[in-house]
Design a binder for this molecule. Sequence first.
Ligand code: ADP
Length: 323
Amino acid sequence: MKKVAVYTSGGDAPGMNACIRAVVRGAIYHGAEIFGIRYGYSGMIKGDIKPLNSYSVSNIIQKGGTILKSARSDDFKTKEGRKKAFNCLQEHEIEGLICIGGDGSFTGAKIFHEEYGVAIVGAPGTIDNDIYGTDFTIGFDTAVNTAIQAIDKIRDTADSHDRIFFIEVMGRDSGYIAIRSGICGGAEMVLVPETATSIEDVIETLKAGRSRSKTSSIIVVAEGDEIGGAIEIAARAQESLVDVDIRVATLGHIQRGGAPSAKDRILASRMGLSAIEGLLNGRKDVMAGVMKDELVYTPFEHAITIKKSLSPDLLRMVDIFNS
Ligand code: ADP
């Protein structure tokens, strides 16, 4: 395989640039020609494809975002869109792809591989950490650290005013960011989509805290929690706790940005190099990951469909520390 391309797709994550750099430098080291596709599948369809060299990825390991840009593409979900994308790859004689993205991007990659036989290897870039086949995804550690910094600051003001704060963090389907940032921020409760907690439980926990003379509290809520988002849960809690000042802070996209942590730079570099070496050695339809500190490859099929569970000891810990 002499010509390959790399793209970033779906939600961006800190460390994607470190991963691009590893892919590009690894490809050049092994004598392959490497192209960058801008704006993910959207750019693949439009032919937004440029050659990259070693200097194209200088001075980016420390930068958040993605120099290749990212996008969501509804066209790629159609057969016509994927046909256009395949034609563009053929024009450039590109034989293999490295996809840096989340489960949506890998679903698209798997379908594309099945239809056109294009060899694709993935590197999991998403702050949500909700992908099977790797203990951690690129961007997760940085996002948790960003959330912790915000929670620490909110705790100061919550304490000054004896307030209860519901802090919403990202995680539509998973509570990874919530549980880790909640533990690190000393949260009284963490509400995640993986476990069912009733609004009554939330109110009881807050009342119990008050009866123990706790004057301020932090509850971290994953945006996809089954009771609702932080705004809704806070409003319902306020109905029962009329004499308490309850506030909400939604951290939002701040969690997607910033310089990647040391852990994310190393993880992204390892997975990027492993992805390109796997591709050049004939792997396809798989994702590169790191499990128990070992480089592994997992079929896209499993990465997308197998649910990675939250460690039960983390959930238990929050209850014990606040009982
Ligand atoms: P992420 O990769 O972060 O999970 P998305 O779920 O938004 O992000 O997916 C990114 C892109 O992957 C989508 O915009 C679309 O172009 C492509 N994709 C997702 N699901 C499919 C699918 N079922 N078929 C084809 N392409 C898909």
